[in-house]
Design a binder for this molecule. Sequence first.
Ligand SMILES: [Zn+2]
Ligand SMILES: [Zn+2]
Length: 472
Amino acid sequence: MRVTPFAGDFPGVDAGAKRMSERRFISRNPIPESPIPESPNPRTPIISMRSIIIKNGRVIDPSQEMDRVTNLLIADGRIAAYDAVPGGGETVIDASGKIVAPGLIDMHVHLREPGFEEDETIETGTAAALAGGFASIACIPNTDPPIDTQGVVEFIHDRAERADNCNVLVTACVSKNREGKELAEIGQLVEAGAVAFSDDGSPVHDAELMRRALEYCSMFDKPVLSHAEIRELSQHGVMHEGLTSMLLGLSGIPAAAEDVMVSRDIALAEATGGRLHVMHVSTVNSVEALRRAKARGVRVTAEAAPHHFSLCDESLRTFDANFKMNPPLRGREHVEAVIAGLSDGTIDAIASDHAPHSKEKKMQDIDRVPFGVVGLETSLGLVVTKLIEPGHLDWPAAIGKMSLAPARILGLDKGTLQIGAEADVTIIDPNARWTVDPAKFRSKSANTPFAGWELTGRAEVVIVGGRVKFQR
Ligand SMILES: [Zn+2]
Ligand SMILES: [Zn+2]
């Protein structure tokens, strides 16, 4: 992966002022000192006033296959050195007993702005991302207006800059107005900074349009992110079609609605050589189709959402609308297949599909309630509790799926702690026990299926571009 070489003069006057306020922020929350190891290297770099040392943390960086306890130095907004020794002028963060990871990336976030500010705004969504440990998120274009013009891409970038929380990457529409009829101006959107293309919320129904999207996006080496659903099969469904839907008398969404579309999209990626990314994989057959496609060299990647490896369709017995999302919570065999796909690498990334809806919208009858749940602030805890603790993933693999993998899929110079990389860092307490309390969410919405759950593991500090943006 390409990493920008270490550059000297990154922060401007403004950034310097912000750095000062960070120091005040940190001094209000004093972190206890602990012994500093002697430097094994006499040529330890000189530390500037604008530096941060993260001391005694277990640094896990899959991009360098690194997993060791060290002192990490951040200077001028970039990763500057390992085994650094504090010189006195820098901000010291004690990470003893903590994991120091590349800034986590959530590549599937519905920020809702513009158009649905009653559910979420760019400001509240990015604050929720920081609280969940994410230094970067990619937002999905099913806004109003949808992100299908340079103007809307610029609007998002502008709002994200003003919010000044985490990095926001923009996914733009595959089709104009997300109508599935005509390709969006892919070239212009790439020029404006779009990193990927998707009509998520809806599938790209027209196979010819999907074929052209894959062809055209591959000219810019951008992935097409597929919400894989055959609407003729899923129509009017509320939950996964199976024994539970029958018992509850709710209309079902068959697994085949996803399976058929995943197979179609793999065939089109294979035919065009385009880059396909399958979002929120949730069925036995789509995991298996991905596994086979990867084995024969198709350019396909995939993500899974925490709710699909943590919950099954039986949760709907409560008729609680916070268990209604699309794709739906599936039967147990599907949950096991998603976990197996994560374990063996068939599923590359973990992404929340954070889909906030205001209380008013989620209080309707289950048949009418919109699909979707929030996820930014519970994602990491669920990964630790449901994947790492039971032994499905080890820490480096889990961190890879939440940083390096999404960075590679989206073509970002992120997800790494290599010297010279922009200093996006997440410090995780792997042993923190906490209870999910939606009242404490930074998100504007609280539609979580995990209220009251006891989870292990959460982010303690998030550093974005060398600045401490979140500290618990
Ligand atoms: Zn979707
Ligand atoms: Zn989505």
